[in-house]
Design a protein around this ligand. Sequence first.
Ligand code: NAP
Ligand code: ZN
Length: 356
Amino acid sequence: MTAATNEYPTKAYGATSPDSGVGPMDITRRGLRDDDVLIDISHCGICHSDLHSARNDWGFTKYPIVPGHEIVGIVSAVGDSVTRHKIGDRVAIGCMVDACMECHHCESDLEQYCQNGGMTGTYNGTDRQDGSKTFGGYSERIVAREEFVLIVPDALPMAQAAPLLCAGITSYSPLRTWKVGPGSKVAVAGLGGLGHMGVKLAAAMGAEVTVLSRSESKREDAERLGAHAFLNTTDKAAMKAKSAYFDMVLNTIPVRHDVAPYLHLLRIDGVQVLVGMIDKMPEMHTGVLLGRKVLTGSGIGGLAETQEMLDFCAEKGILPDIETIKMQDIEAAYDRMEVSDIKYRFVIDMGSLKEG
Ligand code: NAP
Ligand code: ZN
């Protein structure tokens, strides 16, 4: 800590332009406000959104950017009025670090849909008080308002807890919203970070789960992860055989694609939830919706629901399948992620930052 400002000089990894790659960067974390918590980050998961953001796939990245919103670590200092957390606690931060907390959505525990300017993203966001840029978890430490700091249950190992903060909650929230339970037939499209959590969570909720994937090589994994069936989406006859079968398709595919074939799989009032961020959709004839199909989207989950999900995973022993990497290997990890060569979530061991 620098005595003059109480700020925290912090080692990080970030990008300075779409083609700079993600490399070492020095940032400053703010001195603690009364309601702030300082966290020494032990691990950070790698979400496909990090890759989209670092490379400006969506066109709204403000450089420099430090990605990372699957953050776990240990509390190392607290502001004067903090009551929820104390030094030494195992804690986590997901995709948001602030919201207005007063609008209808915030008051309904849906801070991710804050009506006053939207949630403040953990990275590529703007601090609501001082207008500074927010920087994410590819860094030694982070400062955040205490309400946005979740508790990591003791039963969850730190490295495996990390992906729950985005991949976990983004799958969990729609499953809860559309009341998935015993008797539900759920299909998960795209078996990656979000998808494999969707399979584990839906199965734990008692649903019959089917994986929809282009990758025949994932057929055996699907069963091991808890799915009851595997459907190769390139097999037109197999897709046709499941017409009007599912209550929900949780679509995690991260690129532009035709969503109509997945709507055909839904029964009446069935719902396809897009969680993948695919920019524009290809044109689709609206006739496909007339069988009373619902096409919608879902963004992460609120704070209370995120804590509920962490507790649910601890209670049921649900853990992501992870591959731990060093911070220095981030670009290779992105390249592998881009070609779906990951089973099923990279997690950065933040101790590696000390190596340079
Ligand atoms: P990921 O680990 O890369 O997994 C995506 C999976 O989609 C791949 O494993 C692959 O599965 C499938 N896929 C990839 N390319 C495809 C293609 N060209 N055509 C068809 N399928 C393809 O990604 P992730 O981290 O799970 O993220 C998924 C998406 O969710 C991203 O767009 C991310 O930005 C978004 N996201 C949204 C939210 C939210 O709040 N809504 C939160 C987090 C992430 P198969 O090999 O099985 O086909
Ligand atoms: Zn994410």
